[in-house]
Design a protein around this ligand. Structure first.
Ligand code: ASP
Length: 435
């Protein structure tokens, strides 16, 4: 395995994991063995990645912002980042809406399947609806309030509060720019060194990636619901996946047009992060690897990536917004509802906001879908219709979420003259390409 590039090793781990999962599901008790003895290694791998997320954001963002040295550069980069994130999200929702209206997957669902799905997954749907309850009752400025933590230690203890940690890190970085250089130096030196250590930890964790994804995929296969349900939801799944593939094509085209880099350059560079996003269904867990790939293999300067990517992992979810648009209209179609043009425009707005509000963890997009449904007047119980197939689609949309972040980091870097040739920064490359 030593000479293989990292993405091949991860792919191999995934493929063997899927095969192993099927093998173990073929006999009685096999699933339990996987659950008891294999799945824990997948969980440990994800935990290790998540463990790094908060220190990584703190370290790299404080360093990134303070490296900017003046605040006008920060606001220029901030404006572009948010602007591009919004544009790509709106494009994604629009693609989702066009696809679901053209294909009409909800119209192909039989009355009987609908009733079966609704009764089989009513309980699961209820729990998602309950989880969305808080957000639904929130005032218009709640998102803004949530941005500012009242206690940074508390905010850092929950991976769901990434935006608060990001806020603190940027705020701290700004302070560091404003104090006299000689006063800030020891603090800056500390964070520089801190950062190096975190990056080293990511290298170490990535050594385990092929084995981690093996365990994750094997566990997913033995836990998957039966194949009949997948078939009933086939057209819906195909619509989501088609939209997501189109999004990837748009990214590749944008890379070519705006940076002149080839599709293979972009895809080879980002693929290990994509594979990890697919296996973990979490942009937050993938963040450490996204940062490493973008800096070292796509040529984005760390000054840009350390700012753009943590924010992107939390708020830029093109795949999720596309999925929310398709799912909302699919459920409406399945219930025989006609959505007006105005209602669909409303979906563009709510799916954009809902994807921003979705946490970067598995299944979060489905919780926020409740808000899109409520706003459009679509029955929330309809979540039960799409539950069975949500996990595989979550894997696909997370892959797109991460790819979108990588694209925007390249575009922002290009616009501020910080897109260079790929080079080893301080990342240790010992886990790939070495013989
Ligand atoms: N799992 C997705 C992510 O982490 C969010 C979602 O559920 O759509 O990016």
């Amino acid at each position: 395995m030593k000479k293989l590039a990292l993405h091949w090793k991860i792919l191999l781990g995934m493929a063997i994991g899927v095969g192993f999962g099927f093998l173990m599901s073929s006999f009685e008790g096999g699933g339990t063995i996987v659950g008891d003895w294999v799945k824990p290694f997948g969980t440990i791998f994800i935990n290790a990645l998540k463990l790094i997320a908060v220190p990584l954001i703190l370290g790299s963002l404080i360093k990134g912002v303070s490296d900017l040295k003046d605040l006008s550069r920060l606001s220029a980069m901030g404006g572009r980042t948010i602007g591009l994130y919004l544009i790509t999200t709106v494009i994604a929702v629009s693609i989702g809406l066009v696809a679901v209206n053209l294909i009409g997957p909800g119209k192909t669902i039989s009355e009987q399947t609908r009733t079966e799905l609704l009764s089989a997954y009513a309980g699961d749907a209820e729990s998602k609806i309950a989880a969305a309850e808080n957000q639904k009752n929130a005032g218009p400025l709640q998102a803004l309030i949530d941005l500012v933590p009242e206690n940074i230690i508390k905010a850092s203890t929950e991976n769901g509060n990434m935006l608060q940690v990001i806020f603190f890190a940027i705020f701290f970085g700004v302070g560091l720019i404003l104090v006299p250089a000689e006063v800030g130096k020891p603090v800056k030196d500390f964070f520089d060194g801190f950062n190096e250590v975190i990056l080293k930890l990511i290298d170490l964790i990535m050594l385990a990636a092929p084995y981690g994804v093996f365990a994750l995929m094997a566990a997913l296969v033995v836990e998957a619901p039966n194949a009949d349900l997948f078939a009933a939801l086939g057209m819906y799944a195909i619509t989501v996946v088609l939209g997501l593939v189109l999004m990837i094509i748009i990214y590749i085209t944008a890379v070519k047009v705006f940076t002149g880099k080839s599709p293979s350059f972009f895809l080879n560079g980002i693929s290990p992060a994509q594979l990890l996003a697919f296996s973990t269904s979490s942009s937050a867990a993938t963040l450490p690897v996204t940062m490493e790939r973008v800096e070292e293999h796509l040529g984005v300067d760390r000054e840009v990536s350390s700012f753009v990517l943590p924010i992107g992992a939390t708020i830029n979810m093109d795949g999720t917004s596309l999925y929310q648009a398709v799912a909302a209209v699919f459920i409406a179609q399945a219930f025989g509802m006609e959505l007006s043009f105005a209602a669909q425009l409303g979906i563009v707005a709510t799916a954009t906001l809902a994807s921003i509000g979705s946490a970067a963890v598995p299944g979060a997009g489905m919780v926020m879908l409740v808000i899109v449904l409520a706003q459009a007047g679509i029955p929330e119980a309809g979540l039960a219709l799409i539950f069975a197939i949500d996990r595989p689609l979550d894997m696909c949309r997370t892959t797109v979420n991460v790819t979108g972040d990588a694209l925007v980091s390249m575009l922002v870097a290009k616009s501020v003259g910080k897109l260079g040739e790929p080079h080893e920064q301080n990342w240790d490359d010992s886990y790939h390409h070495k013989g």
